[in-house]
Design a protein around this ligand. Structure first.
Ligand SMILES: Cc1cc2nc3c(=O)[nH]c(=O)nc-3n(C[C@H](O)[C@H](O)[C@H](O)COP(=O)(O)OP(=O)(O)OC[C@H]3O[C@@H](n4cnc5c(N)ncnc54)[C@H](O)[C@@H]3O)c2cc1C
Length: 416
């Protein structure tokens, strides 16, 4: 398969045969007995890692092992918000890099990921919130990200239709205009297509059931489709990171929770940006199909149960209606959950594990969709060179020993 597959000429040529002769976008490969490297997890991070391993580091004898179907985890379940509105320089440098990669990704992959930089707003509901957001705006600008703070009049001018008398007053808002949304499946499919074209084996319905570690070094992975020997393993399994770490004999400072999302029935265009109301934790945007895409906070208890619940739906609906009472007669169309991997400082881990040649990409929590291009890029660098990329060097597991935490939870207020 070549990049020219989606050229105007190719589309015209396939049109002549009623589009019946397109090749599969990626091969559904069978596992080989050994690979130079194995990536566990066929979400956005695993697929992007395999793409950059092949493209940037020439490693093509590699496989991505996915227990279900690619993108079937959090990558295909998130609310697709992309932004880099963090506080600390380390975070902003990384998320800005990822945002920049997103800006060129459709071209890079020759696959339309429907990236829409429609802006991302965080509202202030009290004086403390307003001070926090002004501080965040200044920090973001100092760290090279775009940010503007508006007072209430400025917010209402740019987001028409906001409740004139909400339960939680709107005192102002921070906007990152370069933020926005992208189609989540397309990000997974685009990276899968790109990786496949470079020779990567993408193996679905292949669950990793064991990690063979001998003398402190990874030797092989045991899977539902047999044993695979390999010199390097990268884990990118999000909410199941602790499960895989246990297979290798160590523990991670991660707690897994369900995070839910909802979409309404589709309506005509009513909202051209993304809005987060920290008072309720509810945020929303409108998809290109017209559905309102609504997210809220984590479930309040740790769990691996990947399903929605009525109390959270009620909470999301209440938060939504506080912002836009005019949506009160819309109906919910779907509700679902993903299992997210929460670190105590709301910063991920991209780097070495306690086991030689076993690498970690985890802890993205509720915010790793925006990090997929950057996370894949830097994780590939780490696996190929056995040393961290400079952008993710601060995101090591060792920070829990040294105390060099990057506490975005208290700094930018990104709580999870
Ligand atoms: C409801 C919701 C809303 C969200 N909203 C946003 C948002 O707006 N913006 C944002 O930036 N982020 C958001 N996120 C977070 C984001 O989706 C995740 O951080 C990101 O998708 C993580 O990508 P991943 O590739 O690491 O994980 P995943 O996409 O979950 O991929 C991990 C894969 O590993 C596989 N796996 C697990 N165990 C095994 C095993 N033993 N063997 C083989 N494979 C295995 C799983 O099947 C899964 O497909 C949201 C998440 C949820 C759930």
């Amino acid at each position: 398969m070549t990049r020219r597959d989606y050229s105007a000429a190719a589309i015209f040529k396939h049109g002549l045969s009623h589009h019946k002769n397109w090749k599969p976008v990626w091969q559904d490969s069978d596992p080989k007995p050994s690979y130079d490297a194995v990536i566990v997890g066929g979400g956005g991070h695993g697929l992007a890692t395999s793409f950059y391993l092949a493209k940037n580091h020439g490693m093509t004898n590699i496989a991505v092992l996915e227990a279900g179907w690619i993108g079937g985890g959090n990558t295909g379940r998130n609310t697709t918000v992309i932004r880099s509105n963090y506080f600390f320089p380390e975070s902003t440098a990384f998320y800005n890099f990822s945002l920049k990669l997103y800006e060129g990704l459709s071209r890079e992959l020759n696959y339309n990921i429907m990236f829409s930089q429609r802006g991302m707003w965080v509202l202030a509901h009290d004086r403390h919130g307003s001070d926090m957001l002004r501080r965040s705006a200044n920090a973001m600008r100092l760290n090279g990200a775009d940010a503007d703070y508006y007072d209430e009049a400025g917010v209402r001018k740019q987001i028409p239709g906001l409740n004139p008398a909400p339960r939680y007053p709107i005192l102002g808002g921070l906007v990152q205009h370069r933020g926005g949304t992208a189609r989540h499946d397309a990000v997974a499919w685009g990276y899968a297509r790109g990786a496949d074209a470079l020779g990567v084996d993408i193996i679905q319905n292949c669950t990793v059931t064991g990690l063979d570690v001998q003398r402190g070094k990874i030797q092989a992975v045991e899977t539902s489709r047999g044993r695979i020997s390999t010199g390097k393993v990268g884990l990118a399994v999000a909410g199941h990171s602790s499960v895989l770490a246990k297979m290798a004999g160590f523990r991670l400072p991660i707690v897994s929770y369900a995070l839910q999302a909802f979409v309404s029935e589709p309506v005509k265009p009513v909202l051209d940006t993304v809005i987060l109301a920290p008072s309720t934790g509810v945020y929303l945007s409108q998809s290109d199909k017209g559905e309102l895409v609504i997210g809220a906070g984590l479930d309040h208890y740790a769990s691996y149960a990947q399903r929605g619940s009525l109390p959270m739906m009620e909470h999301a609906a209440a938060g939504l209606l506080d912002l836009f009472p005019q949506f009160s007669r819309m109906r919910f169309l779907r509700q679902w959950a993903g299992i997210v991997d929460i670190m105590h400082d709301s910063t991920p881990v991209v780097g070495h594990s306690p086991v030689d040649s076993l690498y970690l990409n985890c802890g993205w929590g509720t915010g790793g969709f925006k990090a997929i291009p950057g996370g894949g890029y830097c994780f590939a660098h780490t696996i190929a060179n056995d040393r961290p990329h400079e952008l993710t060097a601060p995101f090591s597991l060792q920070r829990f020993e040294t105390g060099a935490l990057i506490d975005e939870a208290s700094a930018s207020g990104i709580a999870h």
